[in-house]
Design a protein around this ligand. Structure first.
Ligand code: GDP
Ligand code: IMO
Ligand code: MG
Length: 490
Protein backbone atom coordinates (compact mmCIF):
# COMPACT_ATOMS: atom_id res chain seq x y z
CA UNK A 1 0.00 0.00 0.00
CA UNK A 2 1.30 3.41 -0.91
CA UNK A 3 2.20 5.58 2.07
CA UNK A 4 -0.02 8.56 2.85
CA UNK A 5 1.31 11.65 1.16
CA UNK A 6 1.10 15.28 2.08
CA UNK A 7 -0.02 16.52 -1.36
CA UNK A 8 -3.72 17.22 -1.43
CA UNK A 9 -4.00 17.25 2.37
CA UNK A 10 -5.46 20.22 4.20
CA UNK A 11 -4.77 21.28 7.75
CA UNK A 12 -8.06 21.44 9.62
CA UNK A 13 -8.80 21.62 13.32
CA UNK A 14 -9.60 18.01 14.32
CA UNK A 15 -11.32 18.82 17.57
CA UNK A 16 -13.67 21.79 17.36
CA UNK A 17 -12.72 24.32 19.97
CA UNK A 18 -9.27 22.79 20.53
CA UNK A 19 -7.48 25.54 18.75
CA UNK A 20 -4.06 24.02 18.61
CA UNK A 21 -4.69 20.48 17.39
CA UNK A 22 -4.37 20.23 13.62
CA UNK A 23 -4.70 17.31 11.27
CA UNK A 24 -4.15 16.18 7.74
CA UNK A 25 -7.37 15.45 5.85
CA UNK A 26 -7.03 12.82 3.09
CA UNK A 27 -10.37 12.22 1.41
CA UNK A 28 -12.75 11.78 4.31
CA UNK A 29 -10.04 10.63 6.77
CA UNK A 30 -8.35 12.93 9.27
CA UNK A 31 -4.98 12.17 10.76
CA UNK A 32 -3.58 14.21 13.58
CA UNK A 33 -0.25 15.32 12.21
CA UNK A 34 0.85 18.16 14.39
CA UNK A 35 -0.88 18.70 17.65
CA UNK A 36 0.74 21.96 18.71
CA UNK A 37 2.05 21.57 22.21
CA UNK A 38 3.35 25.01 23.06
CA UNK A 39 1.21 27.58 24.81
CA UNK A 40 -1.48 27.57 27.40
CA UNK A 41 -2.84 24.12 26.58
CA UNK A 42 0.44 22.25 27.18
CA UNK A 43 -0.63 19.83 29.87
CA UNK A 44 2.56 18.36 31.36
CA UNK A 45 4.26 19.24 34.63
CA UNK A 46 7.14 17.34 36.10
CA UNK A 47 8.71 17.22 39.53
CA UNK A 48 12.43 16.44 39.64
CA UNK A 49 14.66 16.06 42.69
CA UNK A 50 17.83 18.09 42.13
CA UNK A 51 20.04 16.46 44.78
CA UNK A 52 20.69 12.84 45.79
CA UNK A 53 17.07 11.86 46.35
CA UNK A 54 14.64 12.25 49.26
CA UNK A 55 14.04 15.93 48.53
CA UNK A 56 10.36 15.48 49.51
CA UNK A 57 9.15 14.93 45.97
CA UNK A 58 6.34 12.74 47.31
CA UNK A 59 4.91 15.56 49.41
CA UNK A 60 5.01 17.97 46.49
CA UNK A 61 3.51 15.53 44.00
CA UNK A 62 0.66 14.81 46.39
CA UNK A 63 -0.06 18.55 46.63
CA UNK A 64 0.15 19.21 42.90
CA UNK A 65 -2.02 16.20 42.15
CA UNK A 66 -5.04 18.29 43.03
CA UNK A 67 -4.60 20.06 39.69
CA UNK A 68 -3.86 17.01 37.56
CA UNK A 69 -5.82 14.10 36.18
CA UNK A 70 -2.96 11.64 35.75
CA UNK A 71 0.23 11.11 37.78
CA UNK A 72 3.04 9.16 36.16
CA UNK A 73 6.06 7.24 37.53
CA UNK A 74 8.46 6.80 34.65
CA UNK A 75 11.84 5.55 35.98
CA UNK A 76 13.42 3.75 38.92
CA UNK A 77 11.69 1.05 40.90
CA UNK A 78 11.14 -0.06 44.45
CA UNK A 79 14.35 1.76 45.44
CA UNK A 80 12.23 4.91 45.80
CA UNK A 81 10.55 5.79 49.08
CA UNK A 82 8.15 8.73 48.92
CA UNK A 83 6.41 9.95 52.05
CA UNK A 84 3.13 11.81 52.07
CA UNK A 85 1.66 13.18 55.28
CA UNK A 86 -1.92 14.33 55.24
CA UNK A 87 -4.19 15.10 58.17
CA UNK A 88 -1.74 13.45 60.54
CA UNK A 89 -1.66 10.20 58.52
CA UNK A 90 1.62 9.07 56.96
CA UNK A 91 1.81 7.15 53.69
CA UNK A 92 4.99 5.51 52.40
CA UNK A 93 4.90 4.87 48.68
CA UNK A 94 7.50 3.29 46.50
CA UNK A 95 6.31 2.27 43.02
CA UNK A 96 2.81 3.69 43.06
CA UNK A 97 2.70 7.40 42.22
CA UNK A 98 1.92 9.68 45.14
CA UNK A 99 -1.25 10.79 43.31
CA UNK A 100 -3.01 7.60 44.38
CA UNK A 101 -4.31 9.21 47.56
CA UNK A 102 -6.84 11.30 45.61
CA UNK A 103 -9.96 9.63 44.25
CA UNK A 104 -10.29 11.34 40.90
CA UNK A 105 -6.69 10.82 39.77
CA UNK A 106 -5.33 8.01 37.61
CA UNK A 107 -1.86 6.71 38.32
CA UNK A 108 0.38 5.29 35.63
CA UNK A 109 3.61 3.32 35.98
CA UNK A 110 5.35 3.34 32.61
CA UNK A 111 7.78 1.09 30.78
CA UNK A 112 10.76 3.08 32.05
CA UNK A 113 10.22 1.61 35.51
CA UNK A 114 11.63 -1.72 36.71
CA UNK A 115 8.74 -3.34 38.47
CA UNK A 116 8.93 -5.68 41.43
CA UNK A 117 5.46 -7.26 41.46
CA UNK A 118 5.64 -8.33 45.11
CA UNK A 119 6.48 -4.78 46.10
CA UNK A 120 3.66 -3.16 44.15
CA UNK A 121 1.13 -5.75 45.35
CA UNK A 122 2.26 -5.02 48.91
CA UNK A 123 1.61 -1.33 48.30
CA UNK A 124 -1.81 -1.99 46.77
CA UNK A 125 -2.75 -4.13 49.78
CA UNK A 126 -1.48 -1.49 52.21
CA UNK A 127 -3.46 1.27 50.46
CA UNK A 128 -6.66 -0.72 50.10
CA UNK A 129 -6.33 -1.92 53.71
CA UNK A 130 -6.30 1.75 54.76
CA UNK A 131 -9.32 2.63 52.64
CA UNK A 132 -7.65 4.07 49.52
CA UNK A 133 -9.20 2.85 46.25
CA UNK A 134 -6.59 1.51 43.87
CA UNK A 135 -8.67 -0.69 41.54
CA UNK A 136 -9.50 1.16 38.34
CA UNK A 137 -7.06 3.98 39.16
CA UNK A 138 -3.74 2.25 38.54
CA UNK A 139 -2.27 1.37 35.14
CA UNK A 140 0.99 -0.55 34.70
CA UNK A 141 2.90 -0.68 31.46
CA UNK A 142 3.28 -4.07 29.82
CA UNK A 143 6.70 -2.75 28.74
CA UNK A 144 7.99 -2.42 32.31
CA UNK A 145 10.83 -4.84 33.02
CA UNK A 146 10.20 -7.23 35.88
CA UNK A 147 12.49 -7.61 38.88
CA UNK A 148 13.07 -11.27 39.78
CA UNK A 149 14.78 -12.84 42.81
CA UNK A 150 17.99 -13.30 40.81
CA UNK A 151 18.20 -9.52 40.40
CA UNK A 152 18.18 -9.06 44.16
CA UNK A 153 20.81 -11.81 44.50
CA UNK A 154 23.03 -10.11 41.90
CA UNK A 155 22.52 -6.75 43.59
CA UNK A 156 23.74 -8.22 46.89
CA UNK A 157 26.82 -9.79 45.30
CA UNK A 158 27.88 -6.96 42.99
CA UNK A 159 27.05 -3.92 45.12
CA UNK A 160 30.38 -4.23 46.94
CA UNK A 161 32.61 -4.84 43.93
CA UNK A 162 32.73 -1.46 42.26
CA UNK A 163 35.60 -0.26 40.09
CA UNK A 164 37.39 2.05 42.48
CA UNK A 165 36.58 0.31 45.71
CA UNK A 166 33.86 1.95 47.82
CA UNK A 167 30.50 0.14 47.68
CA UNK A 168 27.62 1.90 45.93
CA UNK A 169 25.42 1.10 48.89
CA UNK A 170 22.39 0.22 46.79
CA UNK A 171 18.94 -0.30 48.23
CA UNK A 172 19.27 -4.01 47.41
CA UNK A 173 16.07 -3.97 45.36
CA UNK A 174 17.62 -5.50 42.24
CA UNK A 175 17.43 -2.20 40.34
CA UNK A 176 20.82 -2.19 38.60
CA UNK A 177 20.74 -5.89 37.60
CA UNK A 178 17.21 -5.55 36.19
CA UNK A 179 18.15 -2.48 34.13
CA UNK A 180 21.30 -4.32 33.03
CA UNK A 181 19.14 -7.15 31.68
CA UNK A 182 16.88 -4.65 29.95
CA UNK A 183 19.81 -3.08 28.12
CA UNK A 184 21.40 -6.50 27.52
CA UNK A 185 18.04 -7.76 26.17
CA UNK A 186 18.72 -11.50 26.04
CA UNK A 187 17.83 -12.26 29.69
CA UNK A 188 15.02 -9.77 30.14
CA UNK A 189 11.35 -10.35 30.93
CA UNK A 190 8.80 -7.57 30.67
CA UNK A 191 5.47 -7.44 32.45
CA UNK A 192 3.62 -8.18 29.21
CA UNK A 193 5.64 -11.40 28.79
CA UNK A 194 4.06 -12.85 31.93
CA UNK A 195 0.71 -13.14 30.11
CA UNK A 196 2.05 -14.90 26.99
CA UNK A 197 2.02 -18.64 26.32
CA UNK A 198 5.81 -18.58 25.96
CA UNK A 199 6.33 -17.24 29.49
CA UNK A 200 7.42 -20.60 30.96
CA UNK A 201 9.86 -21.22 28.11
CA UNK A 202 11.39 -17.74 28.38
CA UNK A 203 11.50 -18.01 32.15
CA UNK A 204 13.42 -21.32 31.98
CA UNK A 205 15.89 -19.85 29.49
CA UNK A 206 16.63 -16.92 31.80
CA UNK A 207 16.73 -19.10 34.93
CA UNK A 208 19.33 -21.46 33.44
CA UNK A 209 21.59 -18.56 32.48
CA UNK A 210 21.10 -16.82 35.83
CA UNK A 211 22.03 -19.94 37.80
CA UNK A 212 25.33 -20.10 35.89
CA UNK A 213 26.03 -16.39 36.21
CA UNK A 214 25.27 -16.28 39.92
CA UNK A 215 27.44 -19.31 40.55
CA UNK A 216 30.32 -17.66 38.67
CA UNK A 217 29.91 -14.41 40.63
CA UNK A 218 29.56 -16.10 44.05
CA UNK A 219 32.28 -14.84 46.40
CA UNK A 220 34.68 -17.50 47.68
CA UNK A 221 33.29 -19.21 50.75
CA UNK A 222 29.75 -17.85 50.32
CA UNK A 223 26.96 -20.45 50.21
CA UNK A 224 25.45 -21.31 46.81
CA UNK A 225 22.43 -19.25 45.78
CA UNK A 226 19.36 -21.45 45.51
CA UNK A 227 16.80 -20.51 42.87
CA UNK A 228 13.75 -22.79 43.04
CA UNK A 229 12.51 -22.37 39.47
CA UNK A 230 9.06 -23.96 39.94
CA UNK A 231 8.32 -21.96 43.05
CA UNK A 232 9.44 -18.68 41.46
CA UNK A 233 7.45 -19.41 38.32
CA UNK A 234 4.31 -20.18 40.33
CA UNK A 235 4.79 -17.06 42.40
CA UNK A 236 5.22 -14.76 39.41
CA UNK A 237 2.26 -16.37 37.63
CA UNK A 238 0.12 -15.57 40.64
CA UNK A 239 1.47 -12.00 40.72
CA UNK A 240 0.55 -11.70 37.04
CA UNK A 241 -3.00 -12.90 37.77
CA UNK A 242 -3.34 -10.40 40.56
CA UNK A 243 -2.17 -7.48 38.42
CA UNK A 244 -3.89 -8.52 35.18
CA UNK A 245 -6.56 -5.79 35.20
CA UNK A 246 -4.00 -3.03 35.62
CA UNK A 247 -1.61 -4.04 32.84
CA UNK A 248 -1.65 -2.55 29.35
CA UNK A 249 -0.07 -0.14 26.91
CA UNK A 250 0.48 3.04 28.88
CA UNK A 251 2.35 4.82 26.09
CA UNK A 252 -0.77 5.24 23.97
CA UNK A 253 -2.80 6.07 27.03
CA UNK A 254 -0.47 8.94 27.93
CA UNK A 255 -0.10 10.20 24.37
CA UNK A 256 -3.89 10.27 24.02
CA UNK A 257 -4.10 12.16 27.31
CA UNK A 258 -1.57 14.88 26.49
CA UNK A 259 -2.87 15.30 22.95
CA UNK A 260 -6.34 15.85 24.40
CA UNK A 261 -4.92 18.50 26.74
CA UNK A 262 -5.48 16.52 29.95
CA UNK A 263 -3.18 17.71 32.75
CA UNK A 264 -0.50 15.12 33.50
CA UNK A 265 2.03 15.21 36.33
CA UNK A 266 5.31 13.32 36.02
CA UNK A 267 6.79 12.20 39.33
CA UNK A 268 10.57 11.79 39.27
CA UNK A 269 12.13 9.23 41.57
CA UNK A 270 15.62 9.50 43.09
CA UNK A 271 17.45 12.76 42.40
CA UNK A 272 19.26 14.19 39.40
CA UNK A 273 22.70 13.62 40.95
CA UNK A 274 21.88 9.89 40.94
CA UNK A 275 21.23 9.97 37.17
CA UNK A 276 23.01 7.08 35.47
CA UNK A 277 24.44 9.30 32.68
CA UNK A 278 24.72 12.70 34.32
CA UNK A 279 25.09 11.98 38.02
CA UNK A 280 28.02 11.11 40.28
CA UNK A 281 28.83 7.89 38.43
CA UNK A 282 29.29 5.11 39.52
CA UNK A 283 27.58 6.17 42.77
CA UNK A 284 24.25 6.58 41.04
CA UNK A 285 21.12 4.61 40.36
CA UNK A 286 20.55 2.84 37.04
CA UNK A 287 18.02 5.13 35.36
CA UNK A 288 17.86 8.71 34.12
CA UNK A 289 16.59 10.35 37.27
CA UNK A 290 17.22 13.92 36.10
CA UNK A 291 14.79 15.79 33.87
CA UNK A 292 16.30 14.19 30.77
CA UNK A 293 14.65 10.89 31.70
CA UNK A 294 11.05 12.00 31.45
CA UNK A 295 10.60 11.51 27.70
CA UNK A 296 12.35 8.18 27.37
CA UNK A 297 10.89 6.75 30.54
CA UNK A 298 7.30 7.77 29.88
CA UNK A 299 7.10 7.76 26.08
CA UNK A 300 5.77 11.33 26.18
CA UNK A 301 7.90 13.80 24.23
CA UNK A 302 9.20 16.78 26.18
CA UNK A 303 7.24 19.14 23.92
CA UNK A 304 4.20 18.22 26.03
CA UNK A 305 5.79 19.40 29.26
CA UNK A 306 5.86 23.10 29.99
CA UNK A 307 6.45 23.21 33.72
CA UNK A 308 9.45 21.62 35.38
CA UNK A 309 9.64 22.02 39.14
CA UNK A 310 13.03 21.35 40.67
CA UNK A 311 12.77 20.14 44.25
CA UNK A 312 15.59 20.77 46.72
CA UNK A 313 15.99 20.24 50.40
CA UNK A 314 17.20 23.34 52.20
CA UNK A 315 20.39 21.35 52.88
CA UNK A 316 21.98 18.21 51.38
CA UNK A 317 21.53 14.54 52.15
CA UNK A 318 22.76 11.36 50.60
CA UNK A 319 22.16 7.73 51.48
CA UNK A 320 24.65 5.17 50.24
CA UNK A 321 28.22 5.54 48.98
CA UNK A 322 29.94 8.23 46.91
CA UNK A 323 31.15 11.76 47.58
CA UNK A 324 29.00 14.38 49.28
CA UNK A 325 31.25 17.46 49.18
CA UNK A 326 29.39 19.48 51.81
CA UNK A 327 28.92 16.55 54.24
CA UNK A 328 29.00 17.52 57.92
CA UNK A 329 30.11 14.48 59.87
CA UNK A 330 29.82 16.51 63.07
CA UNK A 331 27.18 18.01 65.41
CA UNK A 332 25.76 20.16 62.58
CA UNK A 333 25.16 17.05 60.49
CA UNK A 334 23.62 15.36 63.51
CA UNK A 335 21.37 18.40 64.10
CA UNK A 336 20.10 18.12 60.52
CA UNK A 337 19.64 14.35 60.79
CA UNK A 338 17.66 14.53 64.01
CA UNK A 339 15.49 17.53 63.11
CA UNK A 340 14.91 16.30 59.56
CA UNK A 341 14.44 12.67 60.64
CA UNK A 342 16.97 11.78 58.01
CA UNK A 343 16.72 8.01 57.91
CA UNK A 344 16.10 6.19 54.61
CA UNK A 345 12.47 5.38 53.84
CA UNK A 346 13.37 2.12 52.07
CA UNK A 347 16.39 0.87 54.03
CA UNK A 348 16.17 2.91 57.25
CA UNK A 349 19.88 3.79 56.87
CA UNK A 350 20.90 7.12 58.46
CA UNK A 351 21.22 9.67 55.68
CA UNK A 352 24.48 11.58 55.41
CA UNK A 353 23.77 15.30 55.93
CA UNK A 354 25.50 18.53 54.95
CA UNK A 355 25.14 22.11 53.81
CA UNK A 356 23.25 23.12 50.68
CA UNK A 357 25.44 22.64 47.61
CA UNK A 358 24.54 25.29 45.02
CA UNK A 359 27.23 24.09 42.59
CA UNK A 360 25.57 20.68 42.37
CA UNK A 361 21.98 21.96 42.35
CA UNK A 362 22.69 24.68 39.77
CA UNK A 363 24.06 21.97 37.49
CA UNK A 364 21.04 19.70 37.92
CA UNK A 365 18.57 22.59 37.59
CA UNK A 366 20.10 23.37 34.19
CA UNK A 367 20.29 19.70 33.22
CA UNK A 368 16.64 19.17 34.08
CA UNK A 369 15.35 22.32 32.38
CA UNK A 370 13.94 23.56 35.67
CA UNK A 371 11.59 26.54 35.51
CA UNK A 372 10.97 27.05 39.21
CA UNK A 373 12.12 25.70 42.54
CA UNK A 374 10.50 24.18 45.60
CA UNK A 375 12.64 24.50 48.73
CA UNK A 376 11.64 21.79 51.18
CA UNK A 377 12.41 21.09 54.86
CA UNK A 378 13.29 24.73 55.52
CA UNK A 379 12.08 24.28 59.12
CA UNK A 380 14.92 21.82 59.77
CA UNK A 381 17.50 24.63 59.63
CA UNK A 382 15.92 26.45 62.56
CA UNK A 383 18.13 26.78 65.62
CA UNK A 384 21.46 27.02 63.78
CA UNK A 385 23.25 30.33 64.37
CA UNK A 386 24.83 30.42 60.95
CA UNK A 387 24.03 28.67 57.70
CA UNK A 388 26.38 27.88 54.89
CA UNK A 389 25.81 27.50 51.19
CA UNK A 390 28.49 26.05 48.95
CA UNK A 391 28.91 28.41 45.99
CA UNK A 392 32.05 26.94 44.40
CA UNK A 393 34.61 24.19 44.91
CA UNK A 394 38.34 24.33 45.21
CA UNK A 395 39.80 21.45 43.22
CA UNK A 396 43.58 21.00 42.97
CA UNK A 397 44.10 24.60 44.10
CA UNK A 398 41.69 26.10 41.57
CA UNK A 399 38.28 27.65 42.10
CA UNK A 400 35.68 25.68 40.16
CA UNK A 401 32.05 26.69 39.70
CA UNK A 402 31.12 23.93 37.28
CA UNK A 403 30.08 20.58 38.73
CA UNK A 404 32.86 18.10 37.84
CA UNK A 405 32.13 15.22 35.48
CA UNK A 406 34.58 12.78 37.09
CA UNK A 407 34.10 11.28 40.49
CA UNK A 408 37.80 11.66 41.39
CA UNK A 409 37.56 15.43 40.92
CA UNK A 410 34.42 15.55 43.00
CA UNK A 411 36.14 13.56 45.74
CA UNK A 412 38.84 16.22 45.91
CA UNK A 413 36.42 19.13 45.88
CA UNK A 414 36.72 21.38 48.92
CA UNK A 415 33.57 23.49 49.27
CA UNK A 416 33.83 27.27 49.22
CA UNK A 417 31.02 28.53 51.40
CA UNK A 418 29.23 31.75 51.95
CA UNK A 419 27.73 32.23 55.37
CA UNK A 420 24.25 33.52 56.04
CA UNK A 421 22.55 34.21 59.34
CA UNK A 422 20.35 31.50 60.79
CA UNK A 423 17.11 31.97 62.72
CA UNK A 424 16.01 30.65 66.11
CA UNK A 425 12.28 30.48 65.33
CA UNK A 426 10.30 27.32 64.61
CA UNK A 427 8.81 27.59 61.12
CA UNK A 428 6.39 24.69 61.24
CA UNK A 429 3.37 26.89 62.02
CA UNK A 430 4.17 29.51 59.38
CA UNK A 431 1.70 29.58 56.47
CA UNK A 432 2.44 32.93 54.82
CA UNK A 433 5.68 34.09 53.33
CA UNK A 434 5.38 37.38 55.19
CA UNK A 435 5.49 35.48 58.49
CA UNK A 436 8.84 33.84 57.76
CA UNK A 437 11.81 35.32 59.62
CA UNK A 438 13.80 37.69 57.42
CA UNK A 439 16.81 35.39 57.62
CA UNK A 440 14.75 32.45 56.33
CA UNK A 441 13.44 34.46 53.38
CA UNK A 442 16.94 35.68 52.66
CA UNK A 443 18.24 32.11 52.69
CA UNK A 444 15.55 30.89 50.29
CA UNK A 445 16.06 33.83 47.95
CA UNK A 446 19.79 33.20 47.92
CA UNK A 447 19.16 29.64 46.77
CA UNK A 448 16.94 30.95 43.98
CA UNK A 449 19.54 33.49 43.00
CA UNK A 450 22.38 30.96 42.92
CA UNK A 451 20.34 28.49 40.90
CA UNK A 452 18.97 31.19 38.58
CA UNK A 453 15.33 30.17 39.12
CA UNK A 454 12.53 31.57 41.25
CA UNK A 455 11.54 29.74 44.40
CA UNK A 456 7.76 29.39 44.15
CA UNK A 457 7.12 26.83 46.89
CA UNK A 458 8.51 26.61 50.42
CA UNK A 459 7.85 23.68 52.73
CA UNK A 460 8.04 24.01 56.50
CA UNK A 461 6.85 20.58 57.62
CA UNK A 462 5.82 17.19 56.27
CA UNK A 463 2.07 17.83 56.18
CA UNK A 464 0.23 18.99 53.07
CA UNK A 465 -0.77 22.23 54.74
CA UNK A 466 2.75 23.10 55.90
CA UNK A 467 3.44 24.64 52.51
CA UNK A 468 3.84 28.23 51.37
CA UNK A 469 3.10 29.16 47.77
CA UNK A 470 4.71 32.34 46.57
CA UNK A 471 3.14 34.38 43.82
CA UNK A 472 6.28 35.88 42.45
CA UNK A 473 9.85 35.35 43.38
CA UNK A 474 12.09 36.42 40.54
CA UNK A 475 15.41 34.64 40.61
CA UNK A 476 17.14 37.92 40.13
CA UNK A 477 15.29 39.62 42.98
CA UNK A 478 17.63 41.73 45.00
CA UNK A 479 18.61 39.88 48.15
CA UNK A 480 18.95 41.86 51.33
CA UNK A 481 22.62 42.30 52.20
CA UNK A 482 23.84 39.16 53.87
CA UNK A 483 27.26 39.86 55.32
CA UNK A 484 28.31 36.98 53.16
CA UNK A 485 31.84 35.88 53.70
CA UNK A 486 33.35 33.28 51.50
CA UNK A 487 35.52 30.73 53.11
CA UNK A 488 37.04 27.46 52.07
CA UNK A 489 36.35 24.77 54.56
CA UNK A 490 35.22 21.24 54.83
P1 GDP B 1 11.13 11.79 48.41
O1 GDP B 1 11.80 10.49 48.23
O2 GDP B 1 11.76 12.88 47.63
O3 GDP B 1 9.64 11.74 48.21
O4 GDP B 1 11.36 12.19 49.95
P2 GDP B 1 11.17 11.24 51.22
O5 GDP B 1 9.73 11.08 51.46
O6 GDP B 1 12.00 10.02 51.10
O7 GDP B 1 11.89 12.11 52.34
C1 GDP B 1 11.42 13.37 52.70
C2 GDP B 1 11.04 13.34 54.19
O8 GDP B 1 10.85 14.64 54.65
C3 GDP B 1 9.74 12.61 54.48
O9 GDP B 1 9.85 11.97 55.72
C4 GDP B 1 8.73 13.73 54.54
O10 GDP B 1 7.58 13.42 55.35
C5 GDP B 1 9.53 14.81 55.18
N1 GDP B 1 9.17 16.18 54.81
C6 GDP B 1 8.66 16.65 53.66
N2 GDP B 1 8.62 17.99 53.66
C7 GDP B 1 9.08 18.38 54.87
C8 GDP B 1 9.32 19.65 55.47
O11 GDP B 1 9.10 20.70 54.90
N3 GDP B 1 9.83 19.64 56.74
C9 GDP B 1 10.12 18.50 57.41
N4 GDP B 1 10.61 18.60 58.64
N5 GDP B 1 9.94 17.29 56.86
C10 GDP B 1 9.44 17.23 55.61
P1 IMO C 1 13.74 8.53 46.32
O1 IMO C 1 12.84 8.42 45.11
C1 IMO C 1 17.77 8.34 47.95
C2 IMO C 1 20.51 5.50 46.11
C3 IMO C 1 20.96 4.32 46.95
C4 IMO C 1 22.35 4.10 46.39
C5 IMO C 1 22.17 4.42 44.92
C6 IMO C 1 21.98 3.18 44.06
O2 IMO C 1 13.13 8.10 47.59
O3 IMO C 1 14.38 9.88 46.36
P2 IMO C 1 19.94 1.52 43.72
O4 IMO C 1 19.22 0.65 44.72
O5 IMO C 1 19.08 2.50 43.04
O6 IMO C 1 20.78 0.74 42.76
O7 IMO C 1 21.00 2.34 44.63
O8 IMO C 1 21.03 5.24 44.82
N1 IMO C 1 19.05 5.65 45.97
C7 IMO C 1 18.36 6.59 46.61
N2 IMO C 1 18.74 7.52 47.51
N3 IMO C 1 16.49 8.29 47.52
C8 IMO C 1 16.10 7.40 46.60
O9 IMO C 1 14.87 7.41 46.05
C9 IMO C 1 17.04 6.46 46.14
N4 IMO C 1 16.99 5.43 45.26
C10 IMO C 1 18.23 4.96 45.17
O10 IMO C 1 20.98 4.63 48.32
O11 IMO C 1 23.24 5.07 46.92
MG1 MG D 1 12.73 9.01 49.35
Amino acid sequence: MAPARWSGGTLDPLIPGFRLNYGLRIGNRSISVFPEPRGASVPGTCVIGLQWGDEAKGKLVDILTEHHEIVVRYQGGANAGHTVVSGGETWKLSLIPSGILRDDVSCVVTGGVVLDPASIIGEIDMLEGRGVTVAGKLRLSDRAHVVFPWHMAEDAILNGSVTGGEAIGTTGRGIGPCYRDKVGRSLALRLGDLYRPEFRQQFDHVLTAKRQLLEAARPAGAPPIELDGDAIFRQYSSYADRLRDCVGDTTHLLLDAVEAGRPVLFEGAQGALLDIDHGTFPYVTSSNSSGVGVDSGSGVPGRWINRVIGVVKAYSTRVGGGPLPTEQDNPTGEHLRQRGREYGTVTQRPRRCGWFDAVAARYTARLSGVDELAVMLLDVLGGLDELRICTAYEIAGKRVEQFPSHIDDLRQAVPIYETLPGWPEELTEVRREADLPVAARRYVDRIGELLGRPVTIISVGPDRDQTIFRNTAPATAACPPTNQQEQTTV
